[in-house]
Design a protein around this ligand. Structure first.
Ligand SMILES: CC(C)(COP(=O)(O)OP(=O)(O)OC[C@H]1O[C@@H](n2cnc3c(N)ncnc32)[C@H](O)[C@@H]1OP(=O)(O)O)[C@@H](O)C(=O)NCCC(=O)NCCS
Length: 310
């Protein structure tokens, strides 16, 4: 294992493995062949979302996702998962054997004892039983969904969540969310990745570390949450280790300079102003992963643009 992953030593355990939840036709032909990286040595667990005998795995994904996104009112309906993720896309993350779960994780994951919405998760009307954690071979701890787009080479990151957000601070597996997306991008040979998240979300600390983050939308009234940033990165694994070692990204500093203007994640007006600048083609504009990592979630962020090339 790469020494940089020392902060995520759970990656070396045999009872935690990456998983791939994908319908057979969407399987990646030559996984992990584009990005040079030795982080993901373990053979992934394969699960077929169209195989009814694997329904318990999908139910656990829904349950995790519902708890992670319920507070922001963005829990994913089952039909969205099926129509917009499983059919066109690819789902990946990490899964654990029941023996690997701490008491805190069991409490966070168990949908019968700890329902997020006051009622147990719904399974198929044919298969009413909710499989208990100890009856499962592998239990998903995180979820990353990516969907290919009509724009060749570009994928959309549709969903990312991890059990870390449901357990008390320090009781999770450090880097689980970050490494779930990293694994999915690496495995599926993703070259360009777009995505959406809400201004002020901790997720921006993760999303900005997969490649230099261009802001392609700063305000999204078409979305149910208008205060959404839409971004795009050219996937670059040189940036990934900086998430762990916090070293400055010299390539970013070399290529981009501060515009002297900021985006304020607390101000809708600031988002709208930024959006108008993007629409007037004054960009491209970027955010600095190093700066996002250092700042509090609600602090203003410097907007960067490309340095003049002489
Ligand atoms: C956002 C999310 C995916 C992050 O995954 P995670 O497994 O908790 O995070 P990781 O362990 O991979 O990364 C830890 C880093 O994330 C940041 N982070 C995670 N949660 C944070 C929080 N609540 N506040 C501030 N920073 C946070 C920190 O920077 C931390 O690194 P550091 O301590 O070295 O600075 C997870 O919290 C989650 O599922 N949230 C709910 C759903 C959601 O909002 N998803 C994102 C939608 S785009």
């Amino acid at each position: 294992m790469n020494p940089l992953l020392a902060k995520a030593n759970w990656m070396a355990r045999d009872d935690i493995r990456p998983y791939v939840f994908v319908r057979p036709e969407n399987q990646i032909a030559q996984p992990g062949s584009v990005h040079r990286l030795n982080w993901f040595q373990q053979e992934p667990i394969f699960k077929d979302p169209l195989d009814i005998s694997e329904l318990a795995f999908a139910d656990r994904l829904y349950s995790l996702e519902e708890r992670a996104f319920g507070p922001s009112n963005m829990a994913m309906p089952r039909w969205v998962f099926y129509d917009c993720a499983v059919m066109p896309g690819f789902v990946a993350g990490f899964a654990a054997k029941p023996s690997a779960l701490s008491k805190e994780m069991r409490e966070a994951l168990d949908p019968q004892k700890f329902p997020a919405t006051g009622s147990p998760i719904k399974t198929s009307s044919v298969l009413k039983e909710v499989t208990s954690l100890d009856e499962m071979d592998w239990i998903p701890l995180s979820l990353f969904i990516i969907i290919p787009t009509m724009h060749k080479g570009e994928w959309v990151a549709h969903n990312l969540c991890s059990v870390n957000s449901l357990v008390p601070e320090g009781q999770g597996f450090y880097g689980l969310g970050f490494l779930s997306k990293a694994f999915g991008l690496w495995y599926a040979n993703v070259d360009q990745c777009s995505g959406m998240t809400q201004w002020g979300s901790p997720a921006l600390k993760l999303h900005s570390h997969y490649g230099h983050l261009e802001v392609i939308g700063a305000y999204a009234p078409v979305h149910s949450h208008a205060k959404t940033i839409t971004y795009r990165v050219q996937v670059n694994t040189n940036c990934w280790e900086k998430f762990f070692n916090k070293e400055p990204d010299l390539a970013f500093l070399e290529n981009y300079g501060p515009t002297g203007t900021f985006i304020d994640p607390k101000s809708e007006e600031s988002m709208l102003d930024f959006q108008k600048r993007i629409e007037r083609s004054e960009g491209p504009f970027f955010l600095s992963a190093g700066e996002i990592a250092q700042k509090k979630l609600d602090e203003k962020l410097m907007i960067y643009n490309l340095k003049q090339q002489y």
